[in-house]
Design a protein around this ligand. Structure first.
Ligand SMILES: *Cc1c(COP(=O)(O)O)cnc(C)c1O
Length: 744
């Protein structure tokens, strides 16, 4: 009833009424206004559209800044602490009514818009949407269904699909404990904790069939039926459906199947992937959605096309081979992993247990089924590889950067033994980031002042960003330094909290409250502590690092953050070594480690650092995206020429480590890269940062910031990425005009 009220009052004139001074309204009017306002706030909180609108974020924060932070920026949890009356009171105090009404109207208008990029460029997708499958979605820190880069990429993909109005639905899993929360013990060693998420605090609702019934799907296995219910999460114009195995009728073990991301053994993993792929396709059918294109984002969901084949055989009476041909034509696949060990593989027993009944329905032999997941179908020694299924069952496959395309074609050349490497049909679409989600509010305002009106809708186009060169250097520098100050305040808060949690002395907590200096060149390093990312490369010569960090006139400070996978012992030792630098008097004031890297920590870091350090062992970083987030906010990249940076770096827009080559020996590569890292810092980064012109500004540095923004922001935006997917893969797969793959 309350929401109906909100609907009725969500019109233009309610704005004027509600923003007027509350005392003049009658008692009933007061109540009406209170309920309508509350409902509008809830409606805003229940569509993740708010996560990329700073004005709505600020609105929620202004309701109660302290609780907002304590509740992990979760607006539903926050609103549940208010009654409509108390909310109205607070809104009066803070003069929020017109902001609430304005935000609510903007959301409604956005959802109703018909003149969009997709309406002119993706008409062929029409009523048959793209079904985008991913094992994780990183949308916001308060929705913990992601672990890292892959999830954030999927989240950014559907946010941009919403912005461009691509007909697309997302399919994923609901992990009610998500990924682990990290803290370090007093030895600096990583500890992992899992917390139950309260689903009533998430913007989820039960997904319903066309008949209005909540949807439950069942998947037959040799060992019984696996059930799941389906949640709907709204991401702007996009519906994201999440499967959840915690339902009556499942065994206790299966009820926990979807509780954690990447938590279990092989058997849990295959059952999760069965749910995502086969379950996802069944869920779409039950919801009455008939996709025109299936996009498998990474191999986790590669069982999906097999279930689509089964459905086509059942619905259209096709023979297996014919159904395969039809399904392959409408399937596209993205691979993300340049290391052979990173690809999911399952042994024959697990495959037969989980796909046996589906195989019966497809009418194929066990050998045939295994063959789909093998490079050599006849080789009984080969396990079933999800990437191989993805490559064989898609019409268009792509890697996620130019360099990764080369690596992937070489890695999978055996699948096309008669083709030359350059003719292997794996293209590339380089990853990008969702600009409004990663851009600081202050930077957004600066762009709004100087860029063409409506630029944010055209953020994937190069022309838009050229205007950065017309910005006053002092203004850009000042905005950057404001953001840097905010980052340091965040760091101090977090680091002192970490010390308190470990029960350290008041002196130590107090020192943490003053750590780091806003006038010092600040380098950030935030990412998973997978060993190939070499977080400790810069520690390889501690004396040299000491001289650099503690230089009297040109000092440097560093902020580290990142989780190691719970089973990655070497990764945890990297963390320990870095975190324990605080006990070394040479580094105590200059190096900090922030616990529990997540979207929130990442956002603060990429918005405030001067330099973002990225030194993976080439070519193992398929793309990387965190450095793209830094670009938007005026930070500069200092990176190995790997992934996206190998195609972005042009000599004027940041700094390169090494020359884009690796030795066969890791040891030699590491030694060379460390030398190049130190030398680049000493001879290029530090001198440029500290060289001040007569006006006190680092003119050359600011030029580099502008060059970085104008050359990279559009190109590594998720809008550009989704436009590429639409042209190169979705439209052709939906039966539109075929496009050439991008040059390898
Ligand atoms: C952007 C992001 C990543 C991806 O960073 P890489 O550059 O791939 O290391 C990982 N985790 C979080 C929380 C992010 O926001």
């Amino acid at each position: 009833m309350e929401s109906r009220l909100a609907e009725e009052r969500g019109t233009d004139h309610s704005d004027d009424e509600a923003s007027g001074p509350a005392p003049e309204v009658t008692v009933t009017g007061d109540e009406l206004t209170a309920h309508a306002t509350y409902d509008k706030c809830m409606a805003l909180a229940r569509n993740t559209w708010w996560t990329w609108h700073p004005e709505v974020i600020n609105l929620f924060r202004d309701l109660d800044p302290i609780r907002w932070r304590q509740l992990d920026h979760n607006p539903i949890a926050l609103l549940r602490e208010f009654t409509p009356e108390r909310l109205a009171l607070r809104a009066t105090e803070m003069v929020l009514f017109s902001r609430i009404n304005y935000a609510y109207r903007r959301l409604k208008e956005y959802l109703a818009e018909t003149k969009t990029w997709a309406s002119t460029n993706a008409g062929v997708l029409g009523a048959r949407p793209v079904a985008y499958f991913s094992a994780e979605f990183g949308l916001h820190e308060s929705i913990p269904i992601y672990s890292g880069g892959l999830g954030v990429l999927s989240g950014d993909h559907i946010k941009s699909a919403s912005g461009l109005a691509i007909p697309l639905v997302g399919i994923g899993l609901f992990y009610d404990q998500g990924y682990f929360k990290q803290h370090l013990d007093s030895n600096g060693y990583q500890q992992e904790e899992y917390f139950d998420t309260k689903v009533e605090n998430l913007p989820f609702e039960p997904a319903v069939s066309p008949a209005g019934e909540p949807v439950t799907i069942g998947i037959e296995t040799r060992g019984g039926t696996l059930l799941a219910k389906v949640w709907l999460l709204r991401v702007g114009r996009i519906s994201l459906y999440l499967l959840d195995s915690n339902v009556d009728g499942n065994t206790p073990q299966d009820r926990e199947l979807t509780s954690r991301l990447y938590g279990g053994d092989e058997r849990i993993r295959i059952r999760q992937e069965l749910l995502l792929g086969v379950g996802g396709v069944k869920a779409l059918r039950a919801l009455g959605i008939r996709p025109g294109v299936y996009h498998l984002n990474e191999g986790h969901s590669a069982f999906a096309p097999l279930e689509v084949v089964r459905a086509r055989m059942e619905d259209d009476g096709l023979a297996f081979d014919d159904a395969m041909r039809v399904v392959v034509r409408q399937t596209v696949f993205t691979t993300h992993t340049p290391v052979p060990a990173g690809h999911d593989r399952f042994d024959a027993t697990l495959i037969e247990e989980h796909l046996g009944p589906l195989r019966d329905q497809l009418g194929i032999t066990f050998q045939q089924l295994m063959g789909i997941g093998r490079v050599d179908p006849q080789n009984d020694g080969e396990s079933f590889c999800m990437t191989v299924v993805g490559l064989k069952m898609s019409r268009y496959a792509n890697a996620v950067s130019n360099l990764h395309g080369h690596i992937s074609r070489r890695m999978w050349a055996l699948l096309w033994p008669r083709r030359r490497e350059e003719d292997i049909p794996i293209g590339h679409i380089t990853n990008g980031v969702h600009v409004p989600s990663w851009l600081a509010g202050q930077m957004r305002q600066l762009y709004d002042r100087h860029f063409a009106h409506g630029w944010i809708r055209r953020m994937g186009e190069p022309e838009v960003w050229q205007a950065i060169h017309t910005v006053d250097p002092g203004e850009l520098w000042e905005t950057h330094n404001t953001l840097k100050t905010l980052l340091l305040a965040f760091v101090r808060r977090r680091v002192s909290r970490q010390c308190r949690r470990r029960g350290e002395s008041d002196d130590i907590v107090e020192a943490a409250r003053n750590v780091l200096d806003p006038n010092i060149l600040t380098i950030g390093f935030g990412r998973r502590f997978a060993t190939y990312k070499r977080a400790n490369l810069i520690l390889s010569d501690l004396d040299r690092l000491d001289r650099m960090l503690n230089s009297a006139d040109r000092p440097v400070q560093m902020i580290f953050a990142g989780k190691a996978h719970p089973k990655d012992e070497p990764g945890k030792q990297f963390i320990q070594k870095i975190a324990n630098l605080r006990h070394d008097p040479r580094f105590a004031r200059r190096v900090v480690y922030i616990e529990d890297y997540d979207i929130n920590v990442c956002r603060h870091m990429v918005q405030g650092v001067d330099v973002w350090l990225n030194n993976p062992r080439r070519p193992l970083e398929a793309s990387g995206t965190s450095g793209q987030k830094v670009v938007l906010n005026g930070g500069l990249n200092l990176s190995v020429l790997d992934g996206w940076w190998a195609e972005a770096f042009d000599g004027s827009n940041g700094f390169a480590i090494g020359h884009g080559s690796s030795h066969v020996s890791d040891e030699i590569t590491d030694r060379r890269d460390a030398e190049s890292l130190y030398a680049t810092l000493e001879t290029r980064v530090i001198p440029t940062y500290y060289a001040r012109d007569v006006d006190g500004l680092p003119g050359k540095w600011i030029k580099m910031m502008m060059s970085s923004i104008s050359t990279c922001a559009w190109r590594f935006s998720a809008h550009r990425m989704v436009m590429d997917y639409t042209r190169l893969s979705y439209v052709p797969a939906a039966g539109g005009v075929s496009c050439e793959m991008p040059d390898p």
